[in-house]
Design a protein around this ligand. Structure first.
Ligand code: SAM
Length: 236
């Protein structure tokens, strides 16, 4: 059953064990740390791996995690020990059940948002709805998107050719496909775009994870474009 993983609490815990803190998380923190982001959204936060780091950083005055799965949010609350936090700390954190395919006014007005390993869990025909919800309606100042690089899959022993890395993935994109998607979204919604690879880079296949940083393209002297290292092929 698709999405079973995120609806069954036991399976969510399995996901948690399989997906420990990784280079994507460090990279995201670096990128967000380079923007004057005080209020951040973790969209599709899952069990809250990244949220714990954001909450631990006093620069972030408000940290919001959203997910379509109530079980994932329950585990995120447990991981954050929300029920034991002092009130002042607790007031900085929100966990909201929200589907990224439906506009949600609560998501408007934030400085930065991350969509980490989330887009590939949506059926491709639902992506335009997500684009509208995130870039058209919520419009965070900076949006960081990560997704697997399908070209790198041949490096994974035991992953048969043509199979996705995860049973719930609806697609996995090559670098050209992700670039085309990110360029179209940036152009449509008025964001500047930087692309990068995350993790050990293979000279032919690229990195295991691809990352896009989209920065809203409005005159705002206080909003500096994050300095993301270019992909290998862009380097001089
Ligand atoms: C692979 S997990 C990633 C979780 C977290 N971002 C991380 O990197 O550990 C994908 C998450 O996206 C959530 N998700 C999938 N479709 C969604 C949707 N339409 N709206 C909101 N969340 C969604 C799932 O419930 C799941 O928690």
């Amino acid at each position: 059953m698709r999405h079973a993983e995120f609806e069954d609490p036991r399976l969510v815990q399995v996901y948690d064990a399989e997906c420990p803190w990784g280079p994507d998380d460090d990279f995201f923190l670096t990128v967000v740390g380079e923007t004057p982001a005080a209020r951040v959204l973790d969209l599709g936060c899952g069990t809250g791996r990244l949220l714990t780091a954001l909450v631990g950083d006093r620069r972030y005055t408000e940290v919001v995690g959203t997910d379509v799965s109530s079980h994932a949010l329950t585990l995120a609350a447990r991981r954050l020990r929300l029920d034991r936090l002092p009130e002042r700390q607790r007031n900085r954190i929100s966990l909201w059940q929200s589907a990224l395919t439906y506009r949600d006014d609560r998501l408007r007005g934030y400085d930065a948002a991350v969509l980490m390993e989330v887009i590939e869990h949506l059926d491709p025909p639902r992506l335009p709805a997500l684009e509208d919800v995130v870039f058209g309606h919520a419009r965070p100042g900076t949006v960081v998107v990560t997704t697997p690089n399908a070209e790198y899959n041949v490096r994974y022993d035991g992953l048969p050719a043509g199979r996705f890395r995860h049973a719930d993935h609806r697609f996995e994109w090559t670098r050209a496909e992700f670039t085309a998607w990110a360029e179209r979204v940036a152009g449509t919604y008025g964001y500047r775009l930087r692309l990068a690879g995350v993790g050990d880079e293979d000279p032919e296949l690229g990195s295991p994870t691809q990352l896009a940083v989209l920065t809203i393209d409005v005159p705002d002297p206080g909003h500096r474009e994050p300095q993301v290292p270019p992909r290998q092929e862009e380097r001089p």
